[in-house]
Design a protein around this ligand. Structure first.
Ligand SMILES: [Zn+2]
Length: 398
């Protein structure tokens, strides 16, 4: 599979260059993913070490929902609360509790990227399945707590995955009914077993919404930030984890997992022998870096200048109509000074889907026309840049 991805990545690189997605802030975030921190949460969640919950020292002996796993839910709740988030305990059924926290975006507060994992289990310990994914979500929440992002982020931990994706389906269905704009979901389930030490892992995807673009985006992040992992894209991917709840509700979603189809799957899966001692912590560290780096890149770190400053300093104004659009669309760019102007349309993954202008333009109003009828419906970002500034415009294609 590997040669195919090299070709795909070089092709992408040649056409659009990596500058769209490379970001020093993202690199810093990837470097902040800490192995000691990951080990700490993994040991706590898989019952190796005592934890303090509700002021009491105790041990999370198991996370099996039918045996009662409220202690694990409480631990996750208090850990995220400790980072300063307002956390929601979503009691959707007598035995079912999702736990999630939201970080509001500075520029697009109503558009969400999500990182998630199921915390429930089928036996004692179950470190790889899925204390590993749960730990990576907590590590993301820890690192992101003092940073700002343009898009809103949901850190979510699901209950009752093991008995039919119940918790995640409840959330995804509710989000769909409420027209919540979830642009992409990264689900992690079993990300710490690499028995043959080849660093291979799988991205399970589908053609639902732009899940396949999201999978490609993960491959790019792995390459741009020089992570040692070897991705393989599986399409159609498995529906045996929580990302499938988002597919059923028409959201873009992917699963990151060790070699599930590839033949190097954890042989201690769903037994009490699935403990931290059998895991590859360096592989787990890299898988966590990749998923957290992808989330950071999608949500766009915004710790340079404020949104107000950005618009006040801009030497150009960008408008687009009609919005929403489903055919001929007009763009107007007002330039305060003549100069080279670039205008392009990006999809919600930040990939360029249309080149509109790259030419010398005069001072004043410049008009362009393009057609959106062949585009997949969804949210797009129109980006204009001149030598003196830039502007973005969010366009809804129907
Ligand atoms: Zn699992």
């Amino acid at each position: 599979m590997k040669p195919f991805y090299l070709v795909a990545v070089f092709l992408f690189c040649g056409l659009f260059s990596f500058s769209q997605t490379y970001n020093t802030d993202v690199e810093d975030i990837i470097n902040d993913v800490n192995l000691d921190s990951l080990t700490y949460y993994l040991r706590n969640l898989s019952g190796e070490d005592p934890v303090v919950v509700n002021g009491q020292t105790t041990t999370i002996e198991h996370r099996v929902s039918n045996w009662g796993n409220d202690l694990a839910a409480e631990y996750i709740y208090e850990t995220m609360q400790g980072f300063g988030y307002e956390v929601t305990m979503q009691d959707y059924a007598a035995n079912g509790k999702n736990v999630y926290a939201v970080k509001e975006g500075s520029l697009y507060p109503d558009d969400y990227y999500m990182i998630c994992a199921h915390y429930d289990a089928v036996d004692y310990y179950c470190a790889d399945d899925n204390a590993s994914g749960t730990t990576a979500v907590l590590e993301a929440a820890r690192i992101f707590k003092d940073l700002d992002f343009e898009y809103s982020i949901v850190f979510a931990l699901w209950d009752e995955e093991e008995i039919g994706l119940i918790g995640s389906y409840y959330y995804a269905n509710d989000a769909n009914n409420n027209d919540q704009s979830i642009l992409g979901v990264i689900n992690m389930d079993m990300i710490s077993w690499d028995g043959d030490g080849d660093n291979e892992f799988e991205i399970h995807t589908s053609f639902t919404s732009n899940s396949d673009d999201l999978a490609d985006y993960v491959v790019q992040i792995n390459n741009i930030y020089n992570l040692p992992l070897e991705p393989s894209i599986e399409n159609p991917g498995t529906t045996a984890s929580d990302h499938a709840s988002f597919w059923s509700n028409n959201f873009a979603a992917i699963l990151l997992i060790e070699e599930y189809y590839g033949g190097d799957f954890n042989p201690y899966y769903h037994t009490e022998l699935d403990r931290i001692s059998i895991l590859d912590m360096e592989y787990f560290h890299n898988m966590s870096k990749l998923s957290i780096g992808t989330l950071a890149s999608l949500a766009m770190p915004d710790n340079t200048i404020s949104v107000e400053e950005r618009f006040a300093n801009s030497s150009l104004e960008l408008n687009c109509y009609p919005n929403p659009s489903n055919g001929k669309t007009n763009i107007s760019v007002m330039l305060k000074e003549e100069g080279n102007l670039k205008v392009s349309l990006l999809n919600s993954m930040g990939q360029k889907v249309k080149h509109i202008c790259d030419d010398y333009q005069l001072q004043g109003e410049n008009n362009f026309e393009f057609n959106t009828s062949e585009l997949i419906p969804g949210i797009y970002l129109l980006v204009a840049s001149s030598t003196k500034g830039n502007a973005t415009f969010k366009l809804l294609v129907q």
